[in-house]
Design a protein around this ligand. Sequence first.
Ligand SMILES: Cc1cc2nc3c(=O)[nH]c(=O)nc-3n(C[C@H](O)[C@H](O)[C@H](O)COP(=O)(O)OP(=O)(O)OC[C@H]3O[C@@H](n4cnc5c(N)ncnc54)[C@H](O)[C@@H]3O)c2cc1C
Length: 281
Amino acid sequence: MRESIPKIGVYVCHCGTNISGKVDVEAVSEYAAHLPHVAIAKNYKFMCSKPGQQLIIDDIRENGLNRVVVASCSPRMHEKTFRKACHTAGINPYYFQMACIREHVSWVTEDRAAATQKAKDLVRGAVARVAHHQQLTSRVVEINPNVLVIGGGIAGMQAALDIADGGKKVYLVEREPSIGGNMAKFDKTFPTLDCAACIITPKLVAVGQHENIELMTYSEIADVSGFVGNFTIKIRKKARYIDINKCTGCGECTRACVVKYRPYTIDETGQIKMHSKEADL
Ligand SMILES: Cc1cc2nc3c(=O)[nH]c(=O)nc-3n(C[C@H](O)[C@H](O)[C@H](O)COP(=O)(O)OP(=O)(O)OC[C@H]3O[C@@H](n4cnc5c(N)ncnc54)[C@H](O)[C@@H]3O)c2cc1C
């Protein structure tokens, strides 16, 4: 149920020439002024600046606005900024909606007419949506702080180590039988010609020994459900056909294996050799 009759302020940002160079901001704010429930529609060179925020705050206080739309950059950039302005002016910060007319419009087209039309469409959508917003409040909830890292290449290993060093429990899931990813196959790394093994080996050991890291190799994510702070992950552990507690990683089992096709074998020197299905084993 709607909590109050919407009285919406719409603010179209020029972002210098980032937006106004491609979008007719005057035309967009003029268009917005005639949308349902819109009481004020303005355009301004930098909405995120102090004067830009003050414009919103003053309009809320002086004109009794209870909803705000800002058409500007991505919400990732300034959603918090404008929510804060709403809060400062005394309205619930979630009575706010952003229309992204920079990353989704002006930065991705050369066609001024098309950009202006899309900006109008996005503003119309944001206005329609904000009218249905309800007051929200923040609260503190218990979350599961454990972390899942998928992929045990150099990036996944380093992420797991950093997070684990920070005191969090990490599940590192790798679909291959061992971690290391591409870097484990290199001799030297480009462009510095550093020794790949010298970089990666201490990390392999650190991951294997870290008390906060549970390493799950030869495993894949089967299902993800839940939501931020409360995910449930199903992990499929592939059959190894060996007793993992007795495994020393010697590779002898691959030679004794009766299975005709093996995706890889380990030779006498410990090198992994990959095979295609057609390979003559
Ligand atoms: C032939 C080659 C040469 C290269 N040479 C250089 C170089 O000289 N210098 C340089 O800086 N970079 C080089 N690179 C790039 C280099 O490989 C990467 O920068 C680096 O290894 C990437 O690390 P990563 O952890 O992001 O990915 P990867 O090393 O690819 O590791 C990804 C890991 O995730 C696992 N994985 C993927 N999907 C899943 C899944 N769904 N579930 C579970 N596990 C999964 C994979 O099995 C793998 O172990 C090269 C790449 C190639 C292919």
